[in-house]
Design a protein. Structure first.
Lengths: 235, 295
């Protein structure tokens, strides 16, 4: 469904991402793990169109979408839950969700809002509340629900457990599992390597901008030599 | 007491115009982080078109809506030929570009139309007053205040109830994330310039009615008032911009009538001194906004 071929992205003269080739198949949950500064966020940004890769390509559902603007990528079916959630704190919960569903028709949007309220009951209780008043866990659920409002074919998440209390980290991984059980396709960046590998069909290990390993979640769990410097890190 | 109430109404009338200008400045700053020093040029351009149409025998009733249309078109045109080229540049580059547009537009009128002030007649009712009890109120002030209230209500409805308004607010809060949600940056920025132009056009109708003339440098005064009011209110805050505009208008009128004798001529200076004082104690303006994301 998604394939990157030799993707390289630089910040000035520094290559943040070097020659990264990975793939995500339909219905797969793919983890992307690695230490701080490995280039994980850069990779997702390069796929979603926030950053322009200097070389390589991004192929989504058979068409080359390299360097397309983020709104085009979203319309093509690729949504990103950005790092630090980035919910619109001045908007209410329901307004955040409406913005997420801005590309779908009005009648379909109404149905999706109902669906999100069922999926995330905690949001239903705060429907008209300013999103700035949500707790970290609620905000993360809103960020995910907001991305789901666009009916993405592929959902990418950047560090969904970052900065959350342990009990909420559990909630995030339960959420990933339930999305997986719904048959959704996910590409998830996590620093919490062990937890992520446990819920991943396959995973890639990124270090200093390069892919250093790939395998099924179970295989990579066995190879702690690859990531023992940051395994279990919750930052 | 009577005088104070009269001053207050007069100040609110004046402040309403500033509020509409400041709101337009705030809308643009919200989505682009551009402090638009070219905002007043929308009134210059509208003023010349109004002058041309008066010469064709048009009345104010026909010219007024035309002014709004012209301001919207001018706003979109300036975005296209100037600001779209520097999107994503530093704040400083954006401000310099807006200064460039400001000087370029005035220079073009000097070159192609002439430096002389073009006058036209004000509407007949502009000096009419009505007595409410002991208070004499200018009809003009009441019209301005009324139209401003309707305009603000409409603007609020657009911002709160339409998907365009929602997109604009989301883009103003966090531009990159808004794009990730599928919001087209071109469309939301052009929409912001159209809205800003419409607000400047409505303010421009009253500005031109009161001035009764237009000149190449006509944009400076409305630009200063709009930008200042937006700064007073807290840059990026739309509510703040409206409050800032009203405060500026009331301060001007009250000071002009209350300052003793000769000092009244220094009203503008005193207003600036007060603004400087405000920024010393509250540099973020009346309403503080978390730093808006830039394009």
């Amino acid at each position: 469904m998604l394939e990157t071929v030799g993707l390289t992205t630089t910040y000035g003269s520094i290559a943040a991402l070097r020659d990264v080739s990975l793939s995500v198949g339909e219905g797969e949950v793919v983890g992307l793990i690695g230490p701080n500064g490995a280039g994980k966020t850069t990779l997702l940004g390069s796929i979603a169109g926030l950053l322009q890769p200097v070389s390589g390509s991004v192929v989504f559902e058979g068409s080359d979408v390299t360097g397309n603007a983020p709104d085009k990528m979203l319309k093509a079916g690729l949504a990103l839950v950005p790092e630090h959630r980035r919910i619109f704190t001045d908007l209410t919960v329901v307004e955040n969700l409406k913005v997420g569903g801005i590309t779908v028709g009005a009648s379909e949007r109404a149905g999706l809002l109902e669906e999100m309220a069922d999926l995330f009951p905690v949001l239903r209780d705060k429907w008209e509340t300013s999103a700035g008043f949500l707790s970290g866990g609620e905000a993360q659920q809103l960020a995910i629900a907001r991305a789901l409002m666009s009916k993405p074919r592929l959902l990418m998440m950047d560090e969904p457990s970052l900065g959350l209390a342990p009990v909420l980290v559990d909630l995030v991984f339960e959420l990933i599992e339930s999305l997986r059980n719904q048959g959704r396709t996910l590409l998830v960046v996590e620093q919490n390597a062990t937890r992520m590998l446990e819920v991943s069909d396959r995973a890639y290990v990124l270090r200093s901008g390069e892919l250093v390993a790939e395998g099924t979640g179970a295989e990579l769990l066995e190879r702690s030599d690859l990531f023992d410097t940051f395994v279990g890190g919750t930052s | 007491m009577t005088e104070l109430i009269q001053n207050l109404i007069d100040g609110l009338g004046r402040g309403s115009i500033y509020a509409l200008l400041a709101l337009g400045v705030a809308v643009i700053f919200g989505v682009m982080h551009l402090l638009n020093f070219a905002h007043g040029e929308l009134i210059t351009v509208s003023g010349y078109v109004a002058y041309a149409m008066f010469n064709q025998g048009w009345s104010w009733y026909l010219v007024a809506p035309l002014i709004v249309v012209v301001a919207i078109i001018a706003s979109l045109l300036i975005e296209r030929v100037a600001f779209s080229l520097v999107r994503g540049a530093s704040d400083f580059t954006l401000v310099l570009t807006s200064f460039g547009v400001h000087f370029l537009v005035s220079a073009m009128f000097v070159m192609f139309v002439g430096a002389r002030v073009k006058t036209f007649s004000e509407p007949g009712w502009i000096a009419d007053t009505i007595a409410i009890g002991p208070i004499n109120v200018e009809v003009f002030d009441l019209v301005v205040i009324g139209v401003t209230i309707v305009t603000l209500l409409l603007t609020v409805a657009i911002l709160q109830k339409t998907m365009f308004g929602l997109a604009l607010r989301a883009a103003a809060a966090d531009f990159d994330t808004a794009r990730l949600m599928g919001i087209d940056s071109n469309r939301v920025i052009r929409g912001a310039f159209a809205l800003s132009g419409a607000l400047a056009g409505i303010a421009g109708i009253f500005w031109l009615m009161r001035a009764g003339n237009t000149a190449p440098s006509s944009g400076i005064d409305p630009m200063l008032k709009g930008v200042l009011a937006a700064l007073i209110g807290g840059l990026g805050s739309m509510r703040g911009a409206v409050l800032g505009g009203l405060a500026l208008g009331v301060a001007e009128v009250v000071l002009r009538s209350q300052l003793p004798g000769e000092a009244a001529a220094l009203t503008e200076g005193v207003v600036f001194a007060l603004i400087a004082l405000l920024f010393i104690f509250r540099p973020q303006g009346i309403i503080s906004v978390a730093t808006a994301e830039r394009v």
